[in-house]
Design a protein around this ligand. Sequence first.
Ligand code: 2IT
Length: 447
Amino acid sequence: MKVSEIMANLERKYGHEKEYLQAVREVLESIEEVYNQHPEFEKAKIVERIVEPDRIFTFRVSWVDDKGEVQTNLGYRVQFNSAIGPYKGGLRFHKAVTPSMLKFLGFEQTFKNALTTLPMGGGKGGSDFDPVGKSDAEIMRFCQAFMLELWNCIGPDQDVPAGDVGVGGREIGFLYGMYTKLARRYNVGVLTGKGATWGGSILRPEATGYGALYFTQHVLHKAGKDIKGCTVALSGFGNVAWGAALKATELGAKVIAISGPDGVCEIPGGITKEMIDYMLVMRASNRNKVEDMATQFPGAAKFTAGKKAWSVKCDIALPCAFQNELNGDDAKELLANGTWCCCEVSNMGCTPEAIKTFQDAGILFAPGKAVNAGGVATSGLEMTQNAIHLGWSGAEVDEKLHYIMESIHSACVKYGTQPDGHVDYVKGANIAGFMKVAQAMLEQGTI
Ligand code: 2IT
């Protein structure tokens, strides 16, 4: 295969799908060399098949807001690849959701899920519904209307959605309630990220952030460093940023900045437990304003409008919010301030220019599909618990999460170690994930 030819074809077909093309290009450039050593992949046209989703459901979602006005949004489920298991991946509710965004996320999810060691295919879904400023009742009515269309496409052995940006425990509850009503099936394994009393796994809410910090520790240890005493800047204040702030603090790092769409909060003394707890209140408020942290903790947290977390001097940068939230200029600013490690916790959080800037400078960089895989891995553990009708303790889940993150790190080292001895985590993660899915597709024939 030639990346340039495949990309030219995709650009002709999907020229306006920028995020999707960006995600595909990154993976294909990483795997090109290894792929071309496997004529059996070429013969089975694995690349041509793996870049296309198996199918996409698109549906209209109409609902009534608190003023009694009818609102209409679009809903989607992208079932990307099922070669190694049922489709698995989150639902994103965000005003900027498009098919391109969900195709990029479903594509990434396919390789991420392969890295987890668990048997899960890749999927993603969501809606252009904007949760900002919505009441709880509006969120509930939207989730119910969304499930009116989705319920027939999903199932514990078929496709298992979960949360993503804009979808947390509250939304999963409303979605599950409507699912049981419509499907008259009461297998809790149809969704993950559920409440602890109805099939949810202990530690699933924390898992993405915890796993990201376990992975970061492996990256640091491999380079002869430790996170203790390091300063950390992170973006976002949702579920992922919350878990990351908790674990980073527990491991002895100092989280000195969090950010939101409105600006950055600098916390020179390091984030406290009370502030981390308050992140949950900020998330639940649907206000989407990080300034609320500074209002709640005047003196300790200082808000600056219009600035990103990447303007704050730190050792370690952790993008935890949205794709392309850290660009080439941000990367240069971080480097100028002495940052020596960036672990992407959000999906495709860094632009290609930012990744190149970090790699050219020789600092530690690891991509989202490895760093944040602890989230979906723990969803996989939730599915297992649901399937065997048992609930594991927090310690059991945490031990498995540790093992999975260590396995992912080893896979990255195996496939990403370069002739000069340094580890290219982007290559490592992409090749390791790709090889597993490609091999499965090959063995299952042309379908
Ligand atoms: O991007 C992700 O891996 C997630 N949003 C979690 C997906 C899941 O199925 O838990």
